[in-house]
Ligand binder design. Structure first.
Ligand SMILES: *Cc1c(COP(=O)(O)O)cnc(C)c1O
Length: 391
């Protein structure tokens, strides 16, 4: 499937250094699974940061086709991009009512701001849109422990009293965010739930939403009325340390630009990492500028606090280790064990995908799947598989 939007079409496949493949059927299956786990709550979808790097348009279309009716983004322009693919959905913007001018973006896209502060409340009261029945619809973010965004408990109490009199705002959704959801036994989870429930009682007309991907697996009361899965939709394990129930969605393949033989004692890449054996090297045209992190560099490279063996690719049925430092445009792989004729220039090595899970690559790079996905570069050719929707 090719896409008409140049950003989504990606680089020209004849000359791209790598390939990003997004399996929309796997995404849809992940949404169905998360929606089932969220029952009786309704599952929304978090599609901020260009749908975690995978492309807002096709991702949102696939989720709309699965019945998703609530989307969450970080910034107003991301909301407008979602609106283009989801004409009927509720689109909530987590952190973007920076000034009165910002309100015009919300009006244009019928976007719903998540109000986080006194300033947000004032801007929305003065400049919010109004559809007649519901003046200035919005969500409220209530602080319960992250101390990132959100109204304090005191402010929420005052607001509830004032707004009951004035009706200036129509809070449709009350949200808060869990700090430790991926640690199911952490006492913070229950503390935040209890604070949140007490505060939600102030706004009886609104729905409530607390759980991100990991929060869904806390189950029960954590589900509230609406869940907000993000990273699990895109294939990452929502609860680390358990078997991943999600299907892989994103695959990245790097094109082999050159194959070379270097005898034992030779050196590779910046910093001259020495080779301990005669080595066949696949030189691929993908590097950290494409989001293949430098911290995934090979064994013996002293720049990393991540796994000591570095990242692996996958080709010819085998895992192949990164050799030496990952550079901006080039990454080297040790393909000696595949035998001399197994690969050709122009072949592809899987950097991430069904054989190199996103969470495994992230931990090899000393980071998390979120950072890995959202830093995927824009030099890949892109393929969207499945999805069924028109493109
Ligand atoms: C990013 C985000 C989410 C989604 O979190 P995941 O861990 O990716 O499921 C949910 N809620 C808020 C407020 C967020 O910022």
């Amino acid at each position: 499937m090719t896409h008409s939007d140049p950003h989504l079409r990606g680089a020209d496949p004849r000359v791209a250094g790598g390939r990003l493949t997004v399996d929309l059927d796997a995404l849809a299956a992940n949404y169905r699974f998360l929606a089932e786990q969220s029952t009786p709550a309704e599952a929304g979808a978090v599609v901020k940061a260009d749908a975690y790097g995978l492309g807002t348009g096709p991702v949102v279309e696939a989720l709309v086709a699965e019945g998703c009716r609530k989307f969450f983004v970080a910034l107003p322009e991301e909301g407008l991009a979602v609106r283009a693919s989801a004409p009927e959905a509720d689109i909530y913007v987590f952190n973007g009512l920076f000034s009165p001018e910002a309100a015009s973006f919300y009006r244009e896209g019928r976007l719903l701001p998540v109000l986080n502060s006194q300033s947000d409340l004032a801007i929305w009261e003065a400049h919010g849109w109004d559809d007649g029945e519901t003046p200035r619809p919005c969500a409220l973010h209530l602080e319960t422990g992250m101390n990132r965004l959100g109204l304090s408990a005191e402010r929420a109490n005052v607001l509830a009293q004032e707004n009951a009199l004035t009706g200036a705002l129509t809070p449709r959704l009350i949200i808060s965010h869990l700090a430790c959801a991926d640690s199911p036994d952490h006492p913070m989870n229950r503390q935040q739930l209890e604070s949140f429930q007490a505060l939600c009682a102030l706004f009886p007309g609104a729905e409530s939403s607390l759980a991100n991907s990991a929060g869904i697996f806390l189950g029960g009361e954590f589900l509230c009325d609406v869940t907000r899965p993000g990273v699990a939709l895109y294939g990452s394990n929502p609860v680390s340390g358990t078997t991943n129930p999600m299907r892989p969605v994103a695959s990245v393949h790097a094109r082999i630009a050159q194959l070379r033989h270097v005898p034992a004692g030779g050196t590779v890449s910046y910093g001259a990492t020495p080779l301990s054996r005669d080595t066949r090297i696949a030189v691929t045209a993908t590097g950290y500028a494409d989001g293949y992190h430098r911290s995934g560099s090979g064994a013996g490279v002293p720049l990393r606090s991540a796994l000591p063996e570095g990242a692996h690719g996958f080709v010819g049925g085998r895992r192949v280790p990164v050799l030496g430092r990952v550079t901006m445009d080039i990454t080297l792989f040790d393909v000696t064990d595949l035998g001399p004729d197994a690969l050709q220039v122009g072949d592809f090595i899987e950097l991430m995908g069904p054989n190199v899970p996103v969470d495994e690559l992230a931990s090899a790079c000393g980071t998390i799947s979120y950072e890995l996905l959202t830093s995927l570069g824009h030099r890949f050719e892109r393929h969207y598989l499945g999805g069924g929707g028109p493109v």
